[in-house]
Design a protein around this ligand. Sequence first.
Ligand code: DOR
Ligand code: ZN
Length: 339
Amino acid sequence: MPPTLTFGRPDDFHVHFRQGEVAGHFARDAQDAGFARVLVMPNTLPPIDSAPALTEYRRQIEAAAPGLRALMTFKIRPGLDRQTLADLRSAGAVAGKLYPEGVTTHSEDGVRRLEDAWPVFAAMEDLDLVLCLHGEHPDAFSLDREAAFLGGLSSLRAAFPRLRMVLEHVSTAAGVDAVLSSGPLTAATLTAHHLLFTLDDMVGGKLDPHLFCKPLLKRPEDRTRLVEAALSGNPQFFFGSDSAPHSREHKEAALCSAGCYTMPVSLGLLLELFESRGALDRLEAFVSRFGAQFYGLEPNPGTLTFEKLPWKVPSLVHGVVPLKAGTTLSWSLKSLQGA
Ligand code: DOR
Ligand code: ZN
């Protein structure tokens, strides 16, 4: 019998499902991958920034994937007033997402200066809504954008001491240190791709557009710190895939879109990583407990079992090339219990 690993049903605290018919496909992929809950990002066109839009988007997702619970976010606009924020919360929003202007997919309408959204952050603190941060400064050089944002993170921490904040898809050692020094109401999500790859994997030989994402993959020493954070057992660091599908045509193109479609492979890749570090016993907390704890949620009922059998990653999923397409991973999903 091949070895197996069973752990509590996981959460993915950062996903993109897009919109229209494909949103249902991508939501089902999350359910099929074994996730019980997902935090759904709001950078659709138009964005999710009102209670009716949020309610309708959740309805579409949960209709397509009835076994999946969609935790919803809204896009922060400087003009969002307290009533709209209260309505979003009543509609079930758990977090608002800050996109600085122009840093990633569909962020042209993002926030130019953090101060412009100060009243929104104040209201979110009062309403106990989590602030999810795309932590990149738009004016800095691409590789320095996260580091350039960290001053903003500490200003936010000082101005809003009760606001829970998440530095999404942390990609640098400096980002890890900033989270560590900000105390327990600041957390970070870590993606599988930032844990596994560096910039050289994308551009060191031939260009691999399927590794092009924002924030960019970084230096080996950054990746080392990210892996240490993921393995540390510190509940400030938990899993959020930033699974971000773009069609093959949009990736294998001039003006390639940023985003890695990792949903089908992220748990398998994390299993391989944690196993290679002799830390399989720490995987469950990272994917199934710390995020829920930060968001004030109970752990999911039920378990997921993987077995050590080769699994070939499909070359195309709904017109999207997933990360590690066509390669073989060493663990495969065996069963899902008690969901
Ligand atoms: O690579 C990325 N893709 N990073 C993001 O922040 C957004 C995402 C997307 O929506 O495609
Ligand atoms: Zn994202």
